[in-house]
Design a protein around this ligand. Structure first.
Ligand SMILES: Cc1ncc(COP(=O)(O)O)c(C=O)c1O
Length: 401
């Protein structure tokens, strides 16, 4: 059949590049220990960083919502699916970040591919960090705006791009991740926001991984950088540290009004289901009432990075709970990942196109509830296997795509 031969042709290329992907099947509640192929693994690959997905208050809220409102919103937000609870969650998100308004999306991916084309038209300009998430790139493609990419966290290059003469009326949006999802470093969001505003550009900060986990009050990388009230669009996800599913943006009332009217991924998609909304609301409250979770997460991440450093493993540029161990070759990375699994640890091997070519890596993400001895054992196993499979000192993470 033609379609299968198309698939064979494409898949052969993927195999040849060493980037073939397959899904691993996990069993049990999302947490620091799960089952895979009938064995217990210690999970260092998830984004349920604060272990809220299985928190009793989050689960209970979700159960009650399912019992009282059912399992589906039953429509898009603009056609019968807009429930009191969606509006409440959005008001709570806006208050959480000290912004005027919030709007939920079904995923972070859908937020970025909806927001960017809602703001930019063909001929406008999206300026993006070289390591920005794929959803920012895809949002830019959908907008048909021009795209200009600056080297990762390179403020000087960003300034050169922003200072260049541009057509009158051209809208410029600078889109960055707050916390880079494959390197674990932070954007200099304060400098970038100041620079962008000085040049008449708006800023979209994607804080998928920082929300709930970073900052004195868990408001994320925007809080760390002091730009929570300054970035024009602050985006975060509900499916990672907030233990539910979905995503949101917060900003001005005008931004919300614009998105409700123009963001296609918002308009043409079913609304988040009541149990997801209720779980997210419960989790958001826990960010304030259980700060010890983010403290434990960051203490565990620091412990992991320093144990790896004691073994001579460089985890730069990470300063957070996303800890990359760059190996370089695709094959060696996947062998190390498999060998770790044999020892009962799951840290995913990450290859191009998730990271630049030649910088394949183990991406190790601790959780608030990992025990110190699990973190130490993970570091020891990684060190042992790296010696076996890398064959060479890991190259530094690439600065360009
Ligand atoms: C930086 C960043 N933005 C957006 C997303 C997409 O979020 P979601 O998984 O909710 O689609 C991710 C997901 O990993 C991410 O890392």
């Amino acid at each position: 059949m033609t379609l299968d031969s198309w698939a064979d042709e494409t898949l052969a290329g993927i195999h040849a590049r060493g980037t073939y992907r397959r899904m691993r099947v996990l069993d049990g509640a999302q947490g620091p220990r799960m089952r895979m192929a009938e064995r217990e693994v210690v999970l260092f690959a998830g984004s349920n960083y604060l272990d809220l997905a299985h928190h009793p208050a989050v689960v209970q809220a979700s159960i009650e919502a399912a019992q009282q409102q059912g399992c589906a919103a039953g429509g898009s937000r603009l056609i019968s699916g807009n429930l009191v609870e969606h509006e409440a969650l959005e008001a709570e998100l806006a208050a959480f970040f000290g912004r005027e308004a919030g709007l939920t999306f079904n995923t972070g991916y859908m937020a970025n591919v909806g927001v960017i084309p809602a703001l930019l038209r063909p001929g406008d300009l999206l300026v993006s960090d070289a390591l920005s998430h794929a959803s920012i790139i895809d949002g830019a493609r959908l907008s048909r705006a021009e795209v200009s990419v600056f080297r990762h966290n390179d403020i000087d290059q960003l300034e050169t791009i922003l200072a260049a003469p541009r057509p009158q009326g051209q809208r410029v949006l600078v889109a960055i991740d707050g916390l880079y999802s494959m390197d674990g470093d932070l954007a200099p969001a304060g400098l970038i926001t100041e620079l962008a505003h000085r040049h008449g550009a708006a800023v979209l900060l994607d804080d998928a991984h920082g929300t709930g986990t970073l900052g004195a009050r868990g408001r994320g990388s925007a809080e760390v950088a002091g730009v929570m009230g300054k970035v024009d669009i602050l985006m975060g996800t509900l499916g990672k540290s907030l233990g539910s599913f979905g995503a949101f943006v917060v900003g001005s009332h005008k931004l919300r009004e614009l998105l409700v009217n123009t963001a296609r991924s918002f308009i043409f998609s079913c609304a988040l289901a009541p149990p997801q909304v209720a779980a997210a609301r419960a989790a958001l409250a826990l960010i304030d009432t259980e700060p010890e979770r983010r403290h434990a997460l960051q203490a565990g991440a620091t412990r992991l990075r320093s144990r790896l450093a004691e073994h001579g493993i460089d985890t730069a540029p990470s300063t957070t709970h996303i800890v990359p161990v760059v190996i370089g070759s695709n094959a060696a990375t996947m062998k190390a990942c498999e060998a770790l699994l044999e020892r009962g640890f799951y840290a995913q091997g990450i290859r191009h196109p998730s990271v630049p070519e030649g910088t394949a890596r183990l991406r190790i993400t601790p959780m608030a509830s990992h025990r110190p001895e699990e973190i130490d054992a993970m570091a020891d196993a990684t060190a042992e296997l790296l010696g076996k499979f890398s064959g060479e000192a890991p190259p530094p993470p690439s600065q360009t795509l």
